[in-house]
Ligand binder design. Structure first.
Ligand SMILES: CC(C)(COP(=O)(O)OP(=O)(O)OC[C@H]1O[C@@H](n2cnc3c(N)ncnc32)[C@H](O)[C@@H]1OP(=O)(O)O)[C@@H](O)C(=O)NCCC(=O)NCCS
Length: 173
């Protein structure tokens, strides 16, 4: 774990980050995929307009966890804001750890990092949606342990979407 650093995603690591999220989230919808493309072009005004059409106000930042020795991308996390609650909340995006790097504390480190970054935005809540899919089961325990409580559920065709929220003002940055 000491040999891993978290840094902003820049273009040189984009292909590796994209490969990792494709491997971990093979079931994502085209719009969710588009959101990953938008991360790479988050400063482009055209991309901002496209994301506005799907309700995204702003992609705040996106980070990767890099192995200091091999320079491999081992994890990703990001924060974005929806138009509907942009003044109140930031949302967690593309939070994952490569299967071969799991259960060593990296997921916890990335989530704690994301919470601190969310606090820095001055918003009141960190929100996210996840699901009851067994591929996201490990994340539920981690979210519970960080106080990201369940605030809603939505039945979809093949799974139930789970909405979670953490009040940010209750935790010191
Ligand atoms: C969730 C995820 C990021 C955790 O990464 P990780 O590096 O293994 O996390 P950690 O080693 O810090 O473990 C943190 C906690 O997660 C839970 N956890 C991790 N793996 C687990 C598993 N296989 N089964 C049950 N709980 C698990 C445990 O509560 C663990 O705490 P503990 O080690 O004290 O028991 C990783 O499993 C992952 O990428 N999953 C697929 C993507 C995903 O579901 N992302 C969230 C989408 S909303």
């Amino acid at each position: 774990m000491a040999d891993i650093r978290i840094q902003d995603l820049e273009t040189d690591h984009l292909p590796a980050a994209r490969k990792l999220v494709k491997r971990v989230f093979p079931w994502q919808s085209p719009i969710e995929r588009l959101s990953f493309y938008a991360i790479a072009h988050r400063r482009s005004s055209l991309m901002r307009r496209i994301m506005a059409l799907v309700g995204v106000d702003e992609i705040l930042n996106f980070w990767i966890a890099l192995d200091n020795v091999s320079e491999r991308v081992l994890g990703t996390t990001g924060l974005y804001a929806y138009t509907r609650d942009a003044t109140d909340a930031v949302w967690l995006a593309w939070f994952c750890v490569a299967p071969e790097a799991r259960r060593k504390g990296l997921g916890s480190r990335l989530l704690d990092f994301s919470i601190v970054e969310a606090q820095k935005t001055g918003r009141r809540y960190l929100r996210l949606y996840t699901s009851d899919d067994q591929r996201e089961a490990a994340a539920q325990q981690l979210y519970d342990s960080r106080g990201l409580r369940i605030v809603g559920k939505k039945r979809r065709w093949f799974h139930t979407e789970i909405y979670r929220e953490l009040p940010l003002d209750s935790k010191g940055a």
